[in-house]
Write a protein that binds this ligand. Structure first.
Ligand code: NDP
Length: 330
């Protein structure tokens, strides 16, 4: 089969030459293993961190070894009582067209409830990130104002809709007019701001949030976050989810630059990694699936076709190429 390995570590923005395609022979499946055909590949911003040789919550990818990520696959052959041929599963798997995996590392998915690829998005890691970050750290109350950055992405569209379900006023920040229009028209956001064309973000936030900001769900960090935090309310909560504006930075990031605001307004800013909530994933999935079923939570994907396009789709995340979840269909 074919696989994609890390050829070299990026300096700053990753480039296509950091990846290499190669042929690999798969072993026979041993007891407890399955042979899989990989159908949908998730590309995610956190993978940029794993391309560096630095210690983090996930170990670095190794040079000349396949990149790993969330994958939806079909079981072709099973040597485990857990699965039969034809089952659809999700797992953390190598970027290969086919692969052998331990059955214990996979979860069966229900494709009658939602399309298979949703298990990489709204019913997978990004959806759970939105749910736990907002509900367990943000703790929204009806009538509060919630601002979300990276609002038109995989996590952001779910955060905004859950906040609406909780009765909040929701403002999204995203990088194009198409995205801001979609946030308002399809996802029910009250206001949306295009940070790329707005000259004065502080003013724009003030205008969109006349009662200040009670929850800021931060996916990006940097100047966008400074603008939001300058309007933060007393006892506001800031779930610190992502900092994509720094991921390709070659310098040590500065900030948060508005500590006086956080201090004088008794703000709670809490970072989190979705695996912190692993023991409660079933609760999260149950709520998300119920809202999807009831039509209260809708979803969007940018589906790129072709195994060979996986690296390009990943690079596109840093260029805002995706609306909703970026997925590659093999
Ligand atoms: P997205 O689907 O939101 O894709 C990334 C988006 O980020 C792009 O589409 C782009 O949209 C925006 N972006 C890219 N570069 C910049 C920049 N320099 N400044 C501002 N925005 C930028 O990704 P996810 O929804 O999967 O992830 C969102 C964030 O959440 C990421 O930071 C990710 O690392 C984090 N995350 C954290 C988890 C955790 O456990 N804490 C788990 C999952 C995700 P635009 O056009 O709007 O610029």
């Amino acid at each position: 089969t074919e696989q994609i390995v890390l050829a070299s570590r990026p300096k700053g923005l990753p480039v296509i030459d950091n990846f290499r395609f190669e042929a690999v022979e798969l072993p026979d499946i041993a007891e407890g293993e399955v042979l899989l055909e990989n159908l949908y590949f998730s590309v995610d911003p956190y993978m940029r961190g794993r391309m560096n040789d630095t210690k983090s919550y996930a170990p670095p990818f190794q040079i000349n070894e396949p990149i790993q990520g969330g994958v939806v696959a079909r079981v072709i052959n099973s040597n485990s009582p857990l699965f039969i041929a034809g089952d659809m599963v999700v797992g953390l798997l190598p970027w290969r067209k086919q692969t052998v995996a331990s059955a214990n590392s996979l979860q069966k998915i229900n494709t009658t409830l939602a399309p298979a690829s949703y298990y990489l998005g709204v019913l997978g890691m990004p959806g759970l990130t939105a749910y736990f970050g907002l509900m367990h750290i943000g703790k929204p109350k009806a009538g509060e104002t919630v601002v979300v950055s990276g609002a038109a992405g995989a996590v952001g569209v779910v955060v905004g809709q859950i906040a609406k379900i909780q009765g909040c006023r929701v403002i999204g920040i995203a990088g194009s007019d198409d995205k801001t229009a979609l946030l308002k028209e399809q996802f029910g956001f009250d206001e949306a701001i295009n940070y790329k064309t707005t000259a004065n973000m502080r003013e724009a936030i003030a205008e969109a949030c006349p009662n200040g900001v009670d929850i800021y769900f931060d996916n990006v960090g940097g100047p966008i976050s400074d603008a939001v935090i300058s309007h933060i309310n007393f006892h506001a909560r800031i779930p610190l989810c992502g900092q994509i504006s720094f991921y390709n930075s070659t310098e040590t990031p500065i900030g948060p630059r508005l500590q006086p605001m956080l201090l004088t307004r008794s703000v709670l800013m809490q970072g989190f990694i979705i695996s912190n909530f692993q023991s409660q994933f079933a609760e999260g999935i149950q709520h998300l699936a119920q809202w999807v079923k009831e039509g209260k939570l809708t979803y969007k994907e940018t589906i790129v076709k072709g195994f060979n396009e996986i690296p390009n789709a990943f690079l596109g995340l840093f260029n805002g190429d995706n609306t909703g979840k970026m997925i590659v269909q093999a």
